[in-house]
Design a protein around this ligand. Structure first.
Ligand code: SAM
Length: 250
């Protein structure tokens, strides 16, 4: 994991590793209409240090398998779960989201906030479906255009970063095509990006650079972060994370 050391160093002390919020995780739980009293098996894929995992464990009668390919993040999650008295409800799994060791129909809920882009929305929703029970729920957030057209500077940037960025109607259509019934959708508000993710990250840049001897690699990470934030501030009316909630049909 040599290549990831700097990214781990930048992100592991943060509450979350991507845009999101506790109120929005709660809203997704509500829209999923899961039975809060029923015992649920949940996989939280690309969990990072566990912002959603911990809330799901707190809110639901669930056993949660929290998956990430960065062991360092999982260790932070484990100690947070310990401190919150939630470790009995959470087990961690270090592995890649494109080769999960799960069985068919193992889960009532598959949850993934801000992570499916690593393998792409289409591959993720297609591959993960088999691990859900019939009638099981998928909750996934993914970067989404929220206007029908957008400036070319922005289009070019995100097309390069994440070619599967698209409008919600296209992503919902894909869920339908892949055997899900979409049952909910909403857009993350601005504070989920700025207050909950970008500002804390920017505030940590100085100490991150100091810890890493101001190396060229560390500077490049900070520059890329600042560029992403600058574009968000300029064009935030055009995109956000969409949160998609869908039920597995037979
Ligand atoms: N869900 C967390 C949150 O909202 O704070 C983390 C989101 S972060 C943007 C994406 C996460 O996906 C990171 O924790 C990263 O380590 C993880 N990740 C990236 N590629 C992965 C892969 N192939 N398999 C498993 N996890 C992966």
């Amino acid at each position: 994991m040599e290549d990831y050391q700097l990214l781990i160093d930048l992100h592991k002390g943060a509450d979350r590793q991507g845009p999101g919020g506790d109120a929005e995780t709660r809203m997704a739980i509500d829209l999923s209409m899961v039975d809060r009293a029923a015992p649920l098996q949940i996989a939280d894929i690309g969990c990072g240090t566990g912002s959603s995992t911990l809330l799901l464990a707190q809110q639901l009668n669930a056993q949660i398998t929290a998956v990430d390919f960065l062991q360092d993040f999982l260790e932070v999650l484990e100690s947070k779960a310990d401190r919150a008295g939630l470790s009995g409800k959470i087990s961690t799994l270090s592995g890649s989201m494109d080769s999960l060791p799960f069985s068919e129909g193992e889960f009532d809920v598959i949850w993934s906030e801000g992570a499916i882009y690593n393998i792409g929305f289409e591959k993720g929703v297609t591959d993960w479906r088999r691990y859900l029970k019939v009638g099981g729920i998928l909750v996934v957030s993914d970067i989404t255009w929220i206007t029908a057209s957008r400036p070319s500077e922005l289009q070019t940037y995100w097309q390069g970063e994440y070619p599967e960025i698209d409008v919600a109607s296209a992503k919902i259509g894909l869920l339908e095509k892949k055997g899900y019934a979409p049952i909910g959708y909403f857009v993350l508000p601005e504070y989920c990006w700025l207050d909950n993710y970008y500002r804390p990250m920017q505030n940590s840049f100085k100490s991150f650079l100091n810890r890493n001897g101001n190396s060229e690699e560390a500077q490049a990470i900070v520059e890329a972060g600042n560029r992403e934030i600058e574009l968000y501030e300029k064009y935030k009316t055009h995109y956000s994370y969409g949160v998609y909630i869908a039920k597995k049909l037979d």
